[in-house]
Design a protein around this ligand. Structure first.
Ligand code: RIB
Ligand code: CA
Length: 311
C-alpha cells in the first residue's frame, strides 16, 4: 500500500502534539506533506513554534510547518491556556525549534497542494477550522484534491466550552459552517467519541515506561493536560481528543459511526458553536458527514503507545 498523503491542520496544544507524534511514528501509513497551524489553544505564534518543537522532538526537522490564520473569521480569538498551559505544551520542556517556519502562508500551501496533487490528500483538522474555511472561500476547486477531511470537533451531547459547544467549533463557528456546507467527504470525531478515550493512570504509566524522550514528553504533557476537563465534567480521567483522528486513519476498525446531516449554529449566546445533527438524513436532506459515535479506547491507547515507542 502506498503511504497516504496527509496534511495536519492544528493548534498545538498538548493533544495536537500527541497526534502529530502518532502520525510521525507511522511513516509506512502516512506521507506527511506538511503541518499547517492556526490560532486556537494558544495564539498562532505559539502554535507554529510548538508544531516545530514537536517535529524536532521526533527528529523530523524535514516536515514543513506553515503558519495560517491568527484569528477566527468573525469572532475574536478564544484561547485555552487554562487547559494547555501558557506555552501550549505544559508538562514538556522542549528546546527552541531550529527548523525554520515556512515563509508560505498555510492557506497558500493548502491551495497549492490540493490543486496540484496527483493523488487525493487526506486532511486531518485538529483545531478551529479557520484555515480550511479561508482556503475553501479563496479556492473552492481544492475539493478536487481532497480524499477526505477528518475533523476533531463538535459534540452531539454536551460541549466543553459551553454546555452547547466544543472548543474547535466554538472558537470559529463561521469557519465550521463554511466547511460543513462545502460538501466535502467529512468525518466528525467529536466529544461523544473522544470522551470515551480516557488517559487513565495505567495508560499514562505505559507511556512513561517507554523510557524515551518522546515517551517522557508525551506522559509529561498528558499528566496535567485535561485536569480541568475532569473537574468541569466530573470525568474519571482526562479525555484524549486529537490523537483519535490519527488513530482513526490508522485503524478505522476501532471506530464506528453513521451518516448524519450536520449544521452549525453561528448565532445567539447560549448555543453558538453547536453542532446540530440530523441523524436521519433523507434524499431531500442528505447526509454531509459521518459522525463517529463509538470507539475502542483500549485499542486506541495500545496503538498510540506501540507507535510512540518507535520514535
Ligand atoms: O475540544 C477539544 C479540541 O479543542 C482539541 O482539538 C483541543 O486541542 C482543542 O483544540
Ligand atoms: Ca487541537
Amino acid at each position: 500500500m502506498r503511504p497516504r498523503p496527509l496534511i495536519i491542520d492544528c493548534d498545538p496544544g498538548v493533544d495536537d502534539a500527541i497526534a502529530i507524534l502518532l502520525a510521525l511514528a507511522s511513516p509506512a501509513e502516512f506521507d506527511l506533506l506538511g503541518i499547517t497551524t492556526v490560532a486556537g489553544n494558544v495564539p498562532l505564534a505559539l502554535t507554529a513554534a510548538n508544531a516545530r518543537r514537536i517535529c524536532q522532538l521526533a527528529q523530523r526537522p524535514d516536515v514543513p510547518i506553515y503558519a495560517g490564520c491568527p484569528r477566527p473569521l468573525l469572532r475574536s480569538l478564544t484561547t485555552a491556556e487554562d487547559i494547555h498551559g501558557a506555552t501550549g505544551l505544559q508538562g514538556a520542556e522542549l528546546p527552541e525549534p531550529t527548523t525554520p517556519l515556512q515563509a508560505q502562508h498555510a492557506v497558500a500551501f493548502l491551495i497549492e497542494q490540493f490543486t496540484t496533487t496527483p493523488h487525493p490528500i487526506t486532511l486531518a483538522t485538529l483545531g478551529p477550522l479557520t484555515n480550511l474555511a479561508v482556503t475553501l472561500i479563496q479556492c473552492p476547486a481544492i475539493a478536487q484534491g481532497i480524499d477526505q477531511v477528518v475533523m476533531m470537533g463538535g459534540a452531539l451531547g454536551g460541549g466543553n466550552v459551553t454546555p452547547a459547544a466544543e472548543f474547535n467549533i466554538y472558537v470559529d463557528p463561521h469557519a465550521a459552517k463554511v466547511v460543513v456546507d462545502a460538501g466535502l467527504p467529512l468525518t466528525m470525531i467529536g466529544l461523544d467519541a473522544t470522551h470515551q478515550v480516557m488517559t487513565t493512570p495505567e495508560r499514562l504509566t505505559a507511556l512513561e515506561n517507554l523510557g524515551t524522550p518522546v515517551g517522557k514528553a508525551a506522559a509529561g504533557m498528558l499528566r496535567y493536560y485535561g485536569q480541568l476537563d475532569v473537574e468541569r465534567h466530573g470525568l474519571a480521567a482526562p479525555p484524549l481528543h486529537d490523537p483519535c483522528i490519527i488513530a482513526y486513519l490508522l485503524r478505522p476498525d476501532l471506530f464506528s459511526g453513521r451518516p448524519m446531516r450536520l449544521a452549525i449554529e453561528t448565532e445567539g449566546s447560549l448555543c453558538i458553536g453547536r453542532t446540530v445533527a440530523n441523524a436521519y438524513p433523507t434524499a431531500a436532506v442528505p447526509a454531509n458527514a459521518t459522525v463517529i459515535q463509538t470507539v475502542d479506547a483500549e485499542g486506541i491507547y495500545a496503538l498510540l503507545t506501540e507507535r510512540l515507542g518507535k520514535l
